[in-house]
Design a protein around this ligand. Sequence first.
Ligand SMILES: NC(=O)C1=CN([C@@H]2O[C@H](COP(=O)(O)OP(=O)(O)OC[C@H]3O[C@@H](n4cnc5c(N)ncnc54)[C@H](O)[C@@H]3O)[C@@H](O)[C@H]2O)C=CC1
Ligand SMILES: O=C(O)C1=N[C@H](C(=O)O)C[C@H](O)C1
Length: 271
Amino acid sequence: MTQTLSVAITGASGRMGQTLIGLVNASDKMTLTGAIERTGHAWVGQDVGEMMGGGALGVTVTDDAAAALADADAVIDFTAPQATIAFAALAAQAGIVHVIGTTGMSEDEIAALAPHGEKATIIRAGNMSLGVNLLTQLTKRVAAALDTDYDIEIIEAHHNQKVDAPSGTALMLGEAAAEGRGVKLADVSDRGRDGITGARKSGDIGFTAIRGGDIIGEHDVMFAAAGERIILRHVASDRSVFARGALKAALWGHGRAAGQYDMLDVLGLSD
Ligand SMILES: NC(=O)C1=CN([C@@H]2O[C@H](COP(=O)(O)OP(=O)(O)OC[C@H]3O[C@@H](n4cnc5c(N)ncnc54)[C@H](O)[C@@H]3O)[C@@H](O)[C@H]2O)C=CC1
Ligand SMILES: O=C(O)C1=N[C@H](C(=O)O)C[C@H](O)C1
């Protein structure tokens, strides 16, 4: 019998957690061995399949992440920044793959992952879909081809439960545009316009966040000049595009050297 990858999912009851569990359960390359939730969550101690409204999967939701990760080859983690840092320490202890989809991490929180990347194989991206990762490469090329007569604006839209802004994807696209232009995003980023802002500064990269209803994730990169606009757009209509990317990352990472990687590495899209 072929060996399957043992996978633990954090944030098991979440939007992404449930999507991931459904796909891992349907995969013939993976076996769900752990489902983790925060202490005090109503799902802890219950069968995860039953909590998701289906049949029992034989995996009890736990808040003992250390034990769950000790039994796993990979942990797929779409939760919250501080939780992700704690999971990174446990993944390093266990020497396993840590796929990180969590967004909204500060510079300091991202830096806190670095020591864990010496023992765990970390794959982190603000968007795990093939489409968005391809879009980052297109954005970089278009930004490199155009001068600052073309104002770059990034517009993102998400559901009304999203807690961070701009989205991780918007920031990836902003980084790509800045890289194409040969500048640092931190030096040109224009976020949260309100009131008498003054005219737009040439060379800035602007961000706008829309929150409403059940929008899964939509991103436009606009290059606006006098007389024309170019708009690169990605629309996610199903969360499984993110989850499929995360599963691919877990399989890709298994057996690979410890370190920090992203989805461009996984998808072979790096320059
Ligand atoms: N990189 C990507 O492709 C994508 C990233 N995301 C990001 O993933 C994260 C989660 O998104 P959603 O699933 O929509 O959120 P959600 O709020 O539905 O789920 C988060 C889950 O994490 C759990 N959680 C929080 N702290 C925990 C802890 N210490 N231990 C265990 N579980 C814990 C919560 O109880 C909740 O069930 C967000 O940062 C979001 O932006 C979402 C979709 C795609
Ligand atoms: O919170 C979400 O839902 C999503 N978050 C990611 C982000 O911040 O870009 C990816 C996707 O757009 C959905």
